[in-house]
Design a protein around this ligand. Structure first.
Ligand code: G1P
Length: 290
């Protein structure tokens, strides 16, 4: 089963990163020298995705501009023979089609995904939530596609989250099928700890069927007064079945400041030279007294 299209909701205001996000999308925050969104796009392309729809909003032009060509800059770098800089520029993935649609109001993730209805004709499509950056040997969406190929059912990426954090996630009630693969018996969005079925939280990777749009249209506003994709999935799973897949990889949440810092450090720790230097410098940083 081929999944060729992906939807990436990027309409959020990024209020946790104000004042930075007053003019710059949080998805453009750098992880070392690469904007977070590039990691997500690379994961999608490495998983076989060919077209990406950004569900976007005001002040988010820079995301599309980033993946477009900039002829003046290319001309300038070429003219001055900035070979290394040209190499850096060429690292930005270009081999995919970019689409975008505006979500005019922040009405929730379900509503954002519904904006992709005209874009999707295939049986299944992928959704990536850009806050969830996942470092892995095999791209997580590729891992999930393999599950889809075997079971021909929607698949949600899940991870064991700390119990005290279950109220930040969609939480599933699992029945294990085999190693890392679960049938979802029920799910709930951001439950209090005593209402959580488990600590298996949905993180930002979904393989959804195209009839999800019908379910979203019937979903009433839920937690935070928003249309929650979890509520639509809760109905879908009873009628059609949904699987959860505990992916292999290290997830970093770039959606809040502290975890964003950890994401940069995690990235650094995976690069030999950076790691060596950082290990040395970090000891000194903690000795600083002003
Ligand atoms: C969203 C989803 C939630 C999921 C989470 C993963 O919540 O609604 O079900 O567990 O992403 O990051 P948000 O983080 O946008 O509040």
């Amino acid at each position: 089963m081929k999944i060729k299209k992906a939807v990436i909701p990027v309409a959020g205001l990024g209020t946790r990163f104000l004042p930075y996000t007053k003019v710059i999308p949080k998805e453009m925050l750098p992880i070392w020298d690469i904007p977070a969104i590039q990691f997500i796009v690379e994961e999608a392309l490495d998983s076989g995705i060919e077209s990406i729809l950004f569900v976007t909003s005001k002040e988010k032009y820079s995301i599309e501009d980033y993946f477009d060509r900039n002829f003046y800059l290319e001309y300038f770098l070429n003219k001055n023979r900035y070979i290394e800089k040209i190499k850096d520029l060429n690292k930005i993935p270009q081999n995919f089609k970019i689409y975008s649609v505006r979500q005019k109001e922040a009405r929730g993730l379900g509503d954002a995904i519904l904006h992709a209805e005209d874009f999707i004709a295939e049986d299944y499509f992928a959704v990536f939530l850009p806050d969830d950056l996942i470092f892995s040997k095999k791209p997580v969406m590729k891992q999930m596609k393999e599950v889809l190929e075997i079971y021909n059912k929607p698949v949600l990426g899940v991870e064991r989250v700390p119990w005290k954090m279950v109220d930040a996630y969609g939480i599933i009630k699992p029945r294990i099928i085999k190693n890392r693969i679960f049938e979802i018996l029920d799910m709930v969005e951001k439950p209090q700890i005593d209402k959580a079925f488990s600590n298996l939280g949905v993180v930002g990777r979904y393989v959804l069927p195209k009839n999800i749009f019908n379910y979203i249209k019937q979903t009433k506003p839920g937690v935070k007064g928003e249309i929650q994709i979890t509520d639509s999935l809760k109905v879908l799973l009873k009628e059609q079945g949904i699987l959860a897949y505990e992916f292999e990889g290290i997830r970093c949440d770039t959606g809040n400041k502290y975890d964003y810092l950890l994401a940069i450090l995690t990235y650094a720790s995976m690069h030999k030279e950076l790691k060596k230097k950082l290990k040395k410098d970090i000891k000194n940083i903690f000795k600083i007294r002003l």
